[in-house]
Design a protein around this ligand. Sequence first.
Ligand code: TYD
Length: 212
Amino acid sequence: MLITFEGIDGAGKSTQIKKLVAWLASRDVEAVTLREPGGTAVAEKIRSILLESREDISPIGELLLFSASRAELVQEVIMPALSSGKTVILDRFYDSTSAYQGYGRGIDLEVLRSIIAISTCAITPDITFYLDIKPEEALSRKFSAKSLPLAFDHEELDRMERSGLEFYRHVRQGYLDIISREGDRFVSLDALEDAECIHRKIVETLNSRIQA
Ligand code: TYD
């Protein structure tokens, strides 16, 4: 089973993934937890180019680097894990590419679709948990209201996070559009709710899907 988590930076995916892994472990379900970009030696090198570079990267260059990292991860780790019956939990997958490179950077969605199909070997998640939050709210989890106007220049931020508020508004809108087109696979959750309450909803959804 392939479970993915999506949402803009600061939505709280990591917290929910940790809680889910602990819950699965308590039921003796072995889960492989991975994040994108990264997860193999080569994919981790690509991750550092994408996130740590201080140089600009063109939108197409960025798309191809995310896709190259994904191709490595899918072939080296995800496909073998799924074939051996393991549950794979993935912090971001190709919906991030549609939202960030498609809606955020403005790359044609048809172009994205074919590159996504190649880099994923056409694997689709069984279920995707989307944590919804407005970019302003996600930022204010990280910065005080006073430092918010300067937040996008902050040296703590990685290359993607320095893309600005307007970019993140497009990315969020992208996620909402994707969900409205492909609703069945997604479970949309309010990221501002209490973390324990979100976790309970995730577990309830998984229990009901497994029973069905
Ligand atoms: P990461 O530190 O993993 O952030 P987060 O905790 O928010 O997931 O950084 C991954 C960044 O890369 C994040 O800003 C989203 C972006 N990204 C894309 O733009 N396209 C993609 O296809 C993927 C997988 C990630």
